[in-house]
Each structure stands twice: as C-alpha cells, then as structure tokens.
Design a protein around this ligand. Structure first.
Ligand SMILES: OC[C@H]1NNC[C@@H](O)[C@@H]1O
Length: 439
C-alpha cells in the first residue's frame, strides 16, 4: 500500500533544502566578498573538472522561479542558508544589497505559504576570517555571534526556525583532516580545535538568539550515518561504538551533556591530542531541536594497524551515484537513537540521493529516486508512529547543484538543471512528490 501524506501529522513540514554556495552563483555581485569555497574551488585540482560555484544554479537571480516550483510541487517548508560573505563586509559593515536578497526571498516564501528554515552556516566562511585563523581562531565564535545577531535582527520578525550550523563534522573533518573540503587542511589536531570552535560558535549564536528572536526556535543540523560492524565480533562492535562517538556523538553530546564522548576522547588523548573544552556551558545551552541529515550507513571493522583503531568496509547494498548504500532502515535507527539519547524534537533536514539522471525529450525518469524517497518516508512515518517527535522532512535537494569536491557531476535534485541554459525540468520524482503531497 503506497504511503500517503495524510498518514503524517497535519502540521508536519514537508520541505526541500539547499545551500547558498551550491545554488546562488552571483559570487561577485552586489559586493559579495570571497568565501573559503570561492578560493578552494578556484584552486586547480581541488574540484572534479575544476568546476566552481561562480554561477551554479543562478538562484540569486532566479529565486522567484524556484519558489514557484516549490509552490507547484506543494512543499510547505524550505531550508536554505545565508551566504555570510554576501551580507557582511570584511570591515564588519552590513551589505544592504545582500540582505535585501534574503529579505526578498523570505517575503516570497511567506507569500506562497512556505515556511523558511534558515541555516546560518553551510560552509562558506568569509575568506578574510580564514586569513585570521578561521575555525582555528577562538575569536571566530564572536565573529559568528555578530553575524548571527545581524541575521536575527533583519529576518527574525518573519523567520522563526533557525539552524546555527550545517554538519560541523564535515566542516572540521572534511575541511581540516581529509583535505577534501575547504580550506583543505590535513591535520587531526586542527580538526579537533575546529570542531570545538564550531560548537562554541553554535553556542554563542544560541545565546544571542534568545535575546533577539523570543518567539522562534533554534537548533543545529548534524549529518548522521548509522555505524555498523561489517562483521559481528566483539572487537568490531567496540569499533562501531568508537566511530559512532567520533562522527556522531562528538557533535551531539557536548550540546546536551556539556562534554565529549568518553571513548573517543580517550582515543584522541592516547594519540597525544589536545582536547579543548572551554565554554562547555555556552555550547550546552538548551536548543529546541536537532536537525538530522541522513544518507546512508558506515560499515567499520577493528583495525589495530590504524591510529584510530578502525577501518571502513565497503557494503554490498545497492548504492547511489555517491557510492553510498541505500539503507532506509538506518534512518529509523538514527532517529530513534538520537531521540532516545537526547530527548529533543527532530527534523530530517536532509535526505535524498544522487542519481544517474538523464534529460531525454524534456523528461527525467528517476524512478530510483521515487523509490528512495518512498522508502525513507516510510521509515520516517514508522518513527512517528513509534512515538519519536519528528516534525519535518526536507528533501535534499530542490535543484541539481554544486556538490562540493564533486562539482556538478552528482545530481541530487528533484528538479533537473541544464547548466548551459539554466532551464529547470521537474524530474519524475518531483511529479511524484506533487501527487504525494496532495493525498
Ligand atoms: O552530499 C549531499 C549533501 N550532504 N549534506 C550537505 C550538502 O551540502 C550536500 O550537498
């Protein structure tokens, strides 16, 4: 029996999500200053096909058309991020033209009965702050607080749902340890410091939010993978617990319990790493929800030859174009785990897949994405029926867009973008969603 929208709570938010650098383009327009992703994407060899976000989906100019597409599909929520270097100059003066873009976007969403959910930071750190140390400089929390306060003051009268950071694990591990993301460092000690300053910035923003937007809610979005032992053994179970603490617990526990998870902390200390723990009181200020970005599981095995005592193992399930196993069961498991451990309301702030989408005679037959969404919707509904306080689900993503180090090679959109013409085409999955959201 196909799942129906009417099986979800009446006030459940079904939305879609994007981020500024991945869709806006107009990187040199109206005074926008460079971010670390502008510099990183223009560094030869960093991005597949040496692509960048200079034009992307040209959303800066086409936002009205894109909102109309959301309206046509029937979404009642839209999660997007603010481009920090578009709204604040390096001299700390506000960029009114940049702010006006977001004012117009918010007003257009509200006119179309679409609730805006704003992410303050989705990785595009102003480059001048990187030159001051970026996420390695403790002062970054104060810069972030000033930026957050500006956005709360400008948009807080109309926007009541806020997310401080998107996926601090990615900002720290992909940006400072694996070198795959901006700023492209490869230092585990820096990674730990950056993670701590990201959490501090989160806390400083929450603190000022309570003073400015008294009738709004604020949370943080983490990417969560279901960590499982590749083969059942005591050692592999222990490895899974450790990895779950490193990738998931490290960015949830401090916010709720005011401390880092013990096993992971013990491992890092054994490796001689400094674990900064200042401002845990600010980091652990109460928040209103966790955003959960879910894509797949991560299979691990104990590996005594690794300094981190584990290795990743390739799974056997069908995979998306990103090489990620399709594993909807993991969504249910992680919603239940996070809800039970931390007791907060949850939003699925991202879920979706990159597919081998081909435009043929103006049609994109992405049946695989329809099936993917249906299976994950079913798990979300199962979680709600089991008493988990899940309040919304945002499809990643509205449009095909700049998939970071993969450039434009991976299409996550339910709407196909022909980057040569910037024409938008509803994929079969968007048509399916349109019908689903009406039942
Ligand atoms: O990889 C797909 C998505 N994952 N979460 C963060 C987004 O910016 C990515 O495009």
């Amino acid at each position: 029996m196909a799942i129906k929208r009417s099986e979800f709570p009446e006030n459940f938010i079904f939305g879609t999500a994007t981020s500024a650098y991945q869709i806006e383009g107009a990187v040199n327009e109206d005074g926008r200053e460079p971010s670390i992703w502008d510099v990183f994407s223009h560094t030869p060899g960093k991005i597949q096909n040496n692509e960048n976000g200079d034009v992307a989906c040209d959303h800066y100019h086409r936002y009205n058309e894109d909102v109309q597409i959301m309206k046509e599909i029937g979404f009642n929520g839209y999660r997007f991020s603010i481009s920090w270097p578009r709204v604040l100059f390096s001299n700390q003066k506000k960029n009114q033209k940049g702010l006006d873009f977001y004012n117009k976007l918010v007003d257009t969403l509200l006119e179309n009965n679409i609730t805006p959910f704003i992410t303050l930071y989705h990785w595009d750190l102003p480059y001048y702050l990187y030159e001051k140390g970026g996420w390695l400089n403790p002062d970054i929390a104060l810069y972030f607080q000033d930026y957050a306060a500006l956005m709360f003051e400008i948009l807080g009268d109309r926007v009541k749902h806020w997310i401080t950071l998107n996926e601090p694990w990615c900002s720290s591990y992909l940006g400072y340890f694996m070198g795959k993301h901006a700023p492209g460092h490869t230092n585990i000690q820096e990674t730990i410091i950056a993670a701590h300053n990201l959490l501090r910035a989160h806390g400083y923003a929450v603190k000022i939010f309570r003073e400015i937007v008294k009738d709004g809610i604020i949370g943080i979005t983490n990417v969560v993978s279901k960590i499982e032992p590749a083969k059942e053994s005591e050692e592999n179970f222990q490895a899974a617990i450790l990895v779950d603490e490193i990738v998931n617990g490290w960015f949830h526990d401090p916010i709720i319990f005011g401390k880092f998870p013990e096993n992971a902390k013990g491992l890092f200390k054994q490796l001689g790493l400094e674990i900064p723990e200042t401002d845990m009181d600010i980091i652990s200020q109460p928040i209103d929800f966790f955003g959960v970005n879910y894509y797949t599981r991560q299979l691990v095995e104990y590996d005594p030859t690794s300094p981190y005592l584990y290795k990743n193992v390739e799974g056997i399930l069908p995979k998306t174009e990103m090489g990620w196993e399709i594993y909807p069961e993991g969504l249910y498991d992680m919603l239940r785990k996070i809800h039970r451990r931390y007791g907060l309301p949850l939003y699925i702030t991202e879920n979706g897949m990159a597919g081998p989408d081909k435009l043929q005679n103006d049609i994109i037959n992405d049946d695989y994405r329809v099936k993917y969404l249906e299976k994950h919707f079913e798990k979300a509904l199962e979680a709600i029926e089991d008493g988990i306080d899940l309040r919304g689900y945002f499809v990643w993503s509205l449009l095909d867009n700049f998939e970071w180090e993969k450039g434009y090679s991976k299409r996550f959109g339910i709407v196909y973008v022909d980057y040569k013409t910037q024409k938008r085409y509803l994929k079969k999955s968007a048509v399916w969603l349109k019908e689903f959201l009406r039942k």
